[in-house]
Design a protein around this ligand. Structure first.
Ligand code: SAM
Length: 480
């Protein structure tokens, strides 16, 4: 038995080390591997280490892992009871599983043991076998630092079980060659998918071909973009969505725009589905029309006023639903310094279409209250709120005259307040008071109108939901 270095003695240190090495790819790798698992699936991880993967699995799946390292197993046992002592080279350690995932283990094994390991994994797989391995870009010329680099490489892999040699590592080319040839074990007819995460290559072998088809149909994602007068930004949003490998179709709803939005959208008419309303029907109505058209099981709502939507934002937004962990995602623009008080009202969202279908009729009437309406359909446990770093939407003050910008913000605030009012038990007279307030043309006038509302409860309601909304937007705009 080899020595165990400090990382293999302390699972927390090991995890920290991995995070440091992989940076943003740390979580991405595990999420990607977990994205092939569905509710009810059994998962086996040979050489599970401290079972980090277990933290990324969808609800309702069943995890098992085994390893030779008792320090890791004792730590893993605290969060998942189904880990046990076992050796990847012994068949007896394995059990049948829908998904078998082998992460960062191949280079620990002697080259002569690799085939046996792959054979074990593949024969105990029912649906999908996933293997993740680092491929080093190795310099052939031995420079003066070579002995030091070799020593570091070998020391860092001292896992207490194997005497790892630096030659055990594959180069990217060797690894790809192995993958293509199924490590000499997996038949060529088995479909495979390969993805790079930094130095790592993750290969997914679909032993059950029909399961792959099932995953594909399940994961069809429709992006739905309601657009009202966004001629400056809508092209950027549409292009980012069309570019994203995770989005299968883009549906834009021109909601009675009076600027050049429609002609911008028409340029993409061969690539997007375009729904055009002559008159403005409200955001709720527009989204519903998009949902009705959507072919996807998953629908993602994206506002058209975003200026820098990226692949990374889209991936972050979709991941919790694609990973089957949540039923609703709210992705809110976050700059680090602005408090995220409006995160519940964000337009960037993801849902399962089937969850929304029963509510479409009600949703058509919500206008800008649609976000409040949607929030109430899901519990906190079913909802994931995610900051989308550095995502920015244009302020209305950047695209309209200040009077029109004020009017639009007030319109939004009033529609949101109306939707909240339904849940707070407002009666028809209260809505008349809200309608009067909504006629204000400046902040000063709005304050006076609200002060004039006789009913104290309604007055407080308007201060809380309308006045504060406008105040916050104006404050941000001034400090922007
Ligand atoms: C780099 S770690 C990977 C752990 C885990 N899969 C992960 O992604 O964090 C390699 C693991 O393989 C385990 N290992 C090495 N040889 C093994 C063997 N023959 N049988 C079972 N586990 C083994 C080590 O104890 C260590 O936990």
């Amino acid at each position: 038995m080899s020595k165990k270095n400090i990382f293999y003695k302390h699972p927390r240190l090991y995890t920290l080390g991995l995070k440091w090495i992989h940076k943003s790819n740390f979580a991405k790798r595990y999420r990607y591997m977990a994205s092939f698992i569905r509710e009810g699936d059994t998962v086996l991880e040979p050489a599970c280490g401290p079972a980090i993967l277990a933290g990324f699995l969808p609800k309702g799946s069943f995890y098992r892992g085994f390893d030779t390292n008792k320090n890791f197993l004792n730590y893993a046992l605290k969060k998942c009871p189904s880990v046990y002592l076992g050796n990847v080279l012994n068949q007896e350690s394995y059990c049948q599983a829908d998904i078998v995932i082998a992460c960062d283990i191949l280079h620990h094994l002697k080259p002569t043991d690799r085939e046996r390991f792959i054979q074990n994994c593949f024969s105990f797989t029912k649906k999908v076998f996933v293997i993740c391995e680092p491929g080093k870009i190795r310099k052939t010329a031995k420079n003066i630092f070579y002995p030091l680099r070799k020593w570091i490489a070998e020391w860092s892999e001292e896992d207490g079980t194997n005497d790892v040699k630096s030659e055990y590592f594959f180069t990217h080319e060797q690894l790809l060659d192995q993958v293509i040839h199924g490590f000499g074990i997996i038949p060529p007819l088995i479909e495979r998918e390969i993805k790079y995460f930094g130095e790592d290559i993750v290969t997914v072998f679909f032993k059950d071909k029909s399961y792959r088809q099932k995953l594909k149909t399940q994961e069809f994602v429709s992006a739905i973009v309601p657009v009202f007068n966004e001629e400056k930004t809508v092209a950027g949003v549409v292009e980012a969505l069309l570019k994203s490998p995770l989005i299968n179709e883009v549906i834009c709803i021109n909601d009675g725009s009076t600027d050049g939005t429609l002609s911008v959208l028409r340029k993409y008419k061969d690539k997007i589905q375009l729904i055009n309303f002559k008159d403005n029907k409200g955001k709720g109505y527009a989204l519903v029309e998009g949902i009705k058209k959507a072919k996807g099981e998953i629908v993602s709502f994206i506002d058209a006023d975003l200026t820098n939507l990226s692949d990374n934002h889209i991936e972050t937004l979709l991941e919790p639903v694609l990973g089957n962990k949540f039923r609703a995602v709210l992705g809110y623009p976050s700059n680090g310094w602005i408090p995220d008080v409006f995160s519940n009202l964000t337009g960037e969202r993801v849902y399962y279409k089937k969850d929304l279908v029963p509510y479409l009729e009600e949703m058509t009437k919500t206008r800008f209250g649609v976000e409040v309406f949607l929030n109430n359909l899901f519990t906190e446990n079913e909802t994931k709120k995610i900051p989308l770093k550095k995502l920015r939407g244009l302020y209305k003050y950047e695209k309209r005259s200040s009077v029109n910008a004020f009017r639009e913000y007030l319109g939004e605030a009033v529609e949101i307040a109306r939707e909240i009012g339904k849940r707070e038990g407002l009666i028809p007279e209260d809505y008349q008071a809200i309608a009067k307030v909504s006629k204000a043309t400046s902040f000063k006038e709005l304050r006076i109108r609200i002060k004039g509302v006789a009913n104290k409860n309604v007055r407080h309601f308007l201060e809380k939901y309308v006045l504060n909304y406008i105040k916050t937007v104006q404050h941000w705009w001034k400090s922007f």
